[in-house]
Design a protein around this ligand. Structure first.
Ligand SMILES: Nc1ncnc2c1ncn2[C@@H]1O[C@H](COP(=O)(O)OP(=O)(O)OP(=O)(O)O)[C@@H](O)[C@H]1O
Ligand SMILES: Nc1ccn([C@@H]2O[C@H](COP(=O)(O)O)[C@@H](O)[C@H]2O)c(=O)n1
Ligand SMILES: [Mg+2]
Length: 211
């Protein structure tokens, strides 16, 4: 499927070997099940899962100079400046031996999208969009119990607002390019993965034929 493009060789200050990669963006509201289904896709289809939120949380833990700023943004449900997130994603792709990535929770706004395209020149193969009602997402987040500082009702409401105002327009952008694969994510996990499999299996079969 689609174009293969090279990651910027100069990211991270190192001149790295050119590496061809395939990227699928995984989008959906907070609690729609992106992380849960990415774990299934990794297991069945051999992708590497890069969650932008996880990379940002790891950056806070690492004691990075941006840590406090990132922590404050996450607590408020705001979107961290793209420069920071794109660098983290780019570094993770370069450090991986894999050539196919699920980028989860990114691009979250138009600035994210443009920065990623400008820096990496990567156009996603497609966008996997998990469509789920707010009521259900709220229930899932309040029951997640992973100790996330943003899983409280005040921050959850802010995250929903940011999702509708800033992230849905990105999905619409890719929709206008015919690149969105929409999944009904309100169903039980196994049913959602059934729908995910229907999308990835033909791609996997085609890739295996071309080996
Ligand atoms: N289909 C489902 N039905 C019920 N619960 C689910 C389903 N999928 C995921 N969950 C649960 O909902 C919670 C949120 O799921 P997950 O962490 O995968 O969402 P997410 O989209 O990655 O959220 P975020 O954007 O906040 O990172 C988790 O506790 C997960 O176990
Ligand atoms: N592109 C992104 C992705 C995430 N964030 C911040 O992290 C928070 C948690 O993200 P999850 O995907 O793990 O839910 C999110 O609310 C943002 O504050 C970001 O800034 N940019
Ligand atoms: Mg997640």
């Amino acid at each position: 499927m689609g174009t293969e493009v090279a990651v910027d060789k100069e990211a991270n200050g190192n001149l790295l070997d050119e590496k061809k990669v395939k990227v699928v963006f995984v989008l959906g509201g907070p609690g729609s099940g992106k992380g849960t289904q990415c774990a299934n896709i990794v297991e069945h289809f051999g992708y590497t899962h890069l969650s932008a939120g996880d990379l940002l949380r790891a950056e806070i833990k690492s004691g990075s100079e941006n840590g406090t700023m990132i922590q404050n943004m996450i607590k408020e449900g705001k979107i961290v400046p793209s420069e920071v997130t794109v660098k983290l994603l780019q570094r993770a792709m370069q450090e991986s031996n894999n050539d196919k990535f699920l980028i989860d929770g990114f691009p979250r706004n138009e600035e994210n999208r443009a920065a990623f395209e400008n820096v990496t020149k990567i156009i996603p193969e497609f966008v996997l969009f998990f469509d789920c009602a707010e009521e259900e997402m709220e229930r899932r987040l309040l029951n997640r119990n992973q100790g996330r500082e943003d899983d409280n009702i005040d921050t959850i409401r802010k995250r929903f607002k940011v999702f509708v105002e800033s992230s849905l327009p990105v999905v619409e952008h890719y929709e206008s390019m015919g690149k969105v694969q929409k999944i009904d994510a309100g169903k039980p996990r196994e049913e959602v993965f059934g729908a995910v499999k229907d999308i990835f299996s033909p791609i996997d079969e085609k890739a295996n034929k071309n080996v």
